[in-house]
Design a protein around this ligand. Structure first.
Ligand SMILES: CSC[C@H]1O[C@H](OP(=O)(O)O)[C@H](O)[C@@H]1O
Length: 336
């Protein structure tokens, strides 16, 4: 099925001698672009969440390596700097390992451009495939809840979990869409709602704290989320708040679907406890839109991911197929 009308946003754009990034800190009210001329600028954009989303940061980092090669920079230093930009999303390390392997094999600048372009093109193709695979699991007339932003802004385009929602709406399977605001950075409120409004897909924003109440109402049949790192036993790291959605979904008999390309699977990490959870500046929690909301002197703890155990996941959708109730055995069979 043609989803083209839902596939127009490209947040990461290679422009031959620089990388253009849609600055996601400025959305939804301003569409501002950052032109990165070197790898340091790309690393800073990743650290600052100007570009964010597991696949998108891997793609941006791959282009950062191309910029470094073009400028004759020390590639070992560049690879280490980009790798350290954020710790949880394995797509970053996966993309850099692919670029490093090409460099080790003697790739010239043109071959590195081809590799970065392949990483970006493969992600878009994977998202379209996952959209169809995930939508097929959703019975017509269903309601869905999603968390954070997993759309075109977080990927090469179309999205992972949001790609399934786009496909499900296009196929007439999804009747109601809800998006959680996703405190503290508000990826759901600021980014997912922006994407859905642009698509013309009716959706309702909910407070993160309203999710269990929504599930109790019977309005949603699936919670559909993305991932930043899926361990060898199926445990999945994703945006903070995902774990409690999975607990509430299981309690209310709502399906829990994780949608991520195979570049998010990390078979070298045995289980969720081994996944590093990024801690960000507490100021992101103490402020909203740069305005402090909490008494001076108050402190905050700001982990930005959590881990959902595989036992709470009903379906893991990758471009390779669907794994029902993932576990170590089914992960090994699918990803080796
Ligand atoms: C398809 S994006 C996957 C993942 O990345 C997001 O995190 P962040 O906005 O901090 O980069 C979120 O966890 C999404 O589910």
């Amino acid at each position: 099925m043609d989803y083209a009308r839902y596939d127009r946003i490209r947040a990461v754009q290679w422009r031959d001698d620089h990388l253009r990034l849609l600055d996601q800190r400025r959305l939804p009210f301003e569409e501002a672009w950052i032109d990165c001329a070197d790898a340091a600028a790309v690393a800073q954009a990743i650290r600052d969440l100007a570009v964010r989303g597991a696949p998108a940061i891997g793609i941006a980092a791959a282009w950062g390596v191309v910029l470094a090669m073009r400028r004759g920079a020390d590639l070992d230093v560049v690879l280490a700097t980009l790798r350290a930009a954020r710790p949880t999303a394995v797509n970053l390390m996966w993309a850099l390992d692919r670029m490093k392997a090409r460099i080790a094999a003697g790739a010239d600048a043109a071959a590195l451009v081809a590799e970065a372009q392949a990483i970006q093109d493969e992600d878009l193709a994977a998202n379209r495939r996952m959209g169809a695979l995930g939508a097929a699991l959703i019975a017509p007339g269903s309601g869905v809840l999603t968390h954070c932003n997993t759309g075109s802004l977080a990927t090469a385009g179309f999205g992972t979990a949001l790609g399934v929602i786009r496909a499900g709406v296009a196929e007439g399977r999804i009747a109601r869409v809800y998006a959680g605001e996703t405190r503290p950075w508000l990826q759901g409120a600021r980014l997912t709602m922006w994407e859905l409004v642009r698509d013309g897909i009716p959706a309702r924003l909910i407070a993160d704290s309203a999710a269990a109440h929504l599930m109790k109402s019977g309005a949603v049949q699936w919670v559909i989320v993305g991932a930043d790192r899926i361990a060898a036993n199926g445990d999945t790291a994703n945006k903070i708040g995902t774990y409690q959605l999975a607990i509430a979904a299981r309690h209310h008999g709502v399906g829990f679907m994780v949608v991520a390309p195979s570049s998010t699977v990390d078979m070298a990490t045995p289980g969720g406890d081994a996944i590093e959870i990024e801690l960000r500046d507490p100021a992101e929690l103490l402020e909203v839109a740069g305005r402090r909301m909490v008494a001076e002197g108050a402190q905050a703890w700001n982990p930005v991911f959590d881990v959902t155990p595989a036992a709470l996941i009903d379906a893991l959708v990758t471009e390779r197929g669907v794994i029902e109730r993932p576990d170590a055995a089914s992960m090994r069979a699918a990803f080796g």
